[in-house]
Design a protein around this ligand. Structure first.
Ligand code: ADP
Ligand code: MG
Length: 310
């Protein structure tokens, strides 16, 4: 299969099936895609690269790789309080995978599965050969206004969606001997799209938790010039983590990566509307810089950082 057949067979045909012509003047097939966003909307865009062996184990299923490449980008768009709209896919693929129609079909299934779940369209990309499988997805979204990391105010509460530490729990070195599986939380994370847009106009700051809670909360604190108190006994946990010791659980939840939950701040007097995912208040924004950790009312000392990419 040459490059053009591959694009046409695996991506263009499927993308065309769900193309929304009201906002996409031109999708795959020309030199560039052309979009017509609704009036008075800001365009929100981000890109994330997944490299085989670095961001996922080499034996990860093709479906999971395709799904996750989209999900991590939609999570970033959601973290701005924006509505995801479309993606571009830059695929650098080893020759042996390019000739493996089964692998490509499964990869595309995963990719389109995440796209369809969140109403997102594939509008273009690039396909090249490389020794190492590398997938870059660029996502586009829109919002009338965005939620930044820099808006947290002293007195705000700190909240998080879903449960924390699930993806880290699913890593082979943690999982060994454990019967409980959270593999799906590592392979096919759920970008919190609907609550992300719902929080627009309510949350004062927001970030998605991709590198561990402590590091990502640190980004909010730094950008907002504030500090934080975290109550470690309040961190929302999946049942699978309940058999771990407190210290082990806390370590996964504070420093484990790949959660893709939303971490946000909002004024303490506000009652949040109902949402499709649980929200848990885990701390407060304070004036004094730094993050102070408490467990069952007592100060908790902790010396591990978050996930480092380099
Ligand atoms: P050019 O040479 O002008 O860059 P290409 O041959 O790379 O054009 O791409 C042709 C069309 O196919 C473009 O619309 C491009 O966005 C799309 N495309 C290429 N690779 C992919 C891919 N992996 N996924 C989706 N669209 C792709
Ligand atoms: Mg090209």
């Amino acid at each position: 299969m040459n490059e053009f057949d591959l694009i046409r067979d695996v991506f263009q045909r499927q993308a065309a099936q769900s193309l929304d012509y009201s906002t996409i003047r031109c999708g795959i097939g020309d030199d560039a895609a052309v979009l017509q966003f609704p009036p008075n909307q800001q365009v929100v865009t981000c890109t994330d690269t997944l490299i085989s062996g670095r961001h996922f184990p080499e034996n990860t299923s093709a479906f999971a790789i395709g799904y996750k490449a989209v999900a991590v980008n939609l999570s970033d768009i959601a973290a701005m309080g924006a509505q995801p709209h479309s993606i571009l896919l830059a695929l650098a693929i080893p020759q042996k995978l390019k000739e493996n129609k089964g692998w490509l079909t499964d990869f595309a299934k995963g990719l389109f599965s995440c796209c369809h779940e969140f109403g997102v369209q594939l509008i273009g990309g690039d396909t090249t050969r490389s020794d190492v499988l590398t997938i870059s997805v660029t996502a586009l979204g829109y919002a009338q206004q965005c939620i930044y990391r820099s808006g947290a105010q002293v007195g705000d509460v700190i909240a998080v969606t879903g449960t924390l530490g699930d993806a880290a729990f699913a890593l082979p070195e943690v999982l060994s001997g454990n019967m409980c599986t959270l593999q799906h939380r590592l392979d096919t994370p759920t970008p919190r799209v609907s609550i992300g847009t719902m929080l627009n106009g309510i949350a004062t700051s927001m970030i998605d938790v991709s590198d561990g809670l402590i590091q990502d909360l640190g980004h909010i604190c730094y950008e907002s010039s504030v500090g934080a108190i975290l109550h470690l006994d309040k961190l929302p946990s999946h049942d699978c983590l309940s058999k771990l010791t407190d210290d082990k659980r806390i370590r996964l939840q504070l420093s484990g990566g790949d959660d893709y939950e939303l971490l946000f701040t909002y004024p303490s007097h506000v009652t949040l509307p109902q949402s499709d995912v649980a929200v848990t208040i885990i701390g407060e924004v304070i004036e004094e810089k730094g993050i102070s950790l408490y467990h069952l009312g007592k100060a908790y000392s902790y010396h591990h950082a978050g996930y480092q990419h380099f």
